[in-house]
Design a protein around this ligand. Structure first.
Ligand SMILES: NC(=O)c1ccc[n+]([C@@H]2O[C@H](COP(=O)([O-])OP(=O)(O)OC[C@H]3O[C@@H](n4cnc5c(N)ncnc54)[C@H](O)[C@@H]3O)[C@@H](O)[C@H]2O)c1
Length: 255
């Protein structure tokens, strides 16, 4: 069992990829605590209902989380069809806030996995902006930076997935050197989950048709969960700051 004896916190555990990671992590021996804004139907070792877009709610609710944590999977997310302010709060600012709040509870060797996306693949094109946002390290500072550097609704999902990849890389080095905590991200291509339809509305049929020609099919959530569980495990102990594509080859097809 790859995660025997580990305590893993998983956001977005009530649906899709987060739910599948929760199921597989328990199967691999972990004690799993789920977090979501929606109730869960899964068998978990604990569940905390919270809105990850509000730092005050996060601060109040994390008292219910364990004092000692071996892993965190940030799977909660919203598509770009919702308001860009909510995308910023849930997919980036709240994710960072929760992660930083839990770092002091993480044991040496702990692993954090952030779910980015193939849609964040253009991060090198806006690297300077993403580094500036990463340096605005708190929720409040990040929000202030975004107020002076507004992100368009049309590409907000892509923007904050790019920003997440860059923050993961920048912050992972400090976490590994200072606290022996590993942080990585994964970049799935399309996955059969309830938000897949939103991506079609978000990207438009033409882009979806173009990308569809590059892949055999969307992934099933368990095809994403396996690599995430690997990154949580000690087998991945020398993997730090990586952004792992799990996309059936789409990224390779862009070359
Ligand atoms: N499905 C895809 O094609 C795909 C592709 C690449 C990346 N992703 C990313 O994978 C992650 C998981 O998405 P999914 O496909 O499993 O979607 P999903 O909708 O099935 O699951 C997302 C979960 O996040 C929760 N959530 C959303 N907002 C929240 C909030 N404010 N507070 C607490 N919980 C909240 C939802 O309740 C839901 O349970 C997301 O970050 C998404 O951007 C998905």
């Amino acid at each position: 069992m790859k995660l025997h004896g580990k305590t893993i916190v998983i956001t977005g555990s009530s649906s899709g990829i987060g739910g599948e990671v929760a199921r597989l992590a328990r199967f691999e021996g972990a004690r799993v605590i789920g977090i979501d804004r929606n109730d869960t139907l899964l068998t978990l070792d604990g569940f905390v209902k919270m809105d990850l877009g509000d730092p005050a709610v996060i601060d109040a609710a994390i008292t219910a989380l364990p004092d000692r944590i071996d892993g965190l999977v940030n799977a909660a997310g919203v598509p770009g069809t919702v308001n860009s302010d909510i995308v910023a709060r849930v997919n980036y600012l709240g994710l960072r806030h929760l992660t930083e709040a839990l770092v002091p509870r993480m044991l040496k060797g702990a692993s954090i996995v952030n779910i980015a996306s193939i849609l964040g693949a253009d991060w090198p094109h806006r690297l300077d902006a993403h580094k500036e946002l990463a340096a605005a390290a708190s929720f409040v500072l990040g929000k202030a930076w975004l107020d002076t550097n507004p992100v368009q609704q049309e590409n907000c999902y892509q923007y904050f997935k790019e920003a997440l990849i860059v923050w993961t890389k920048k912050r992972s080095l400090e976490l590994f050197m200072q606290d022996n905590i590993r942080m990585n991200s994964v970049a799935p291509g399309p996955v059969f989950t309830p938000i897949l339809g939103d991506f079609v509305s978000m990207l438009g049929q033409e882009r979806v048709d173009r990308d569809s020609a590059l892949v055999k099919r969307p992934a099933l959530p368990d095809e994403i969960a396996g690599p995430i569980v690997f990154l949580l495990s000690d087998d991945a102990r020398w993997i730090v700051g990586a952004n792992l594509p799990i996309d059936g080859g789409i990224e390779a097809a862009y070359v």
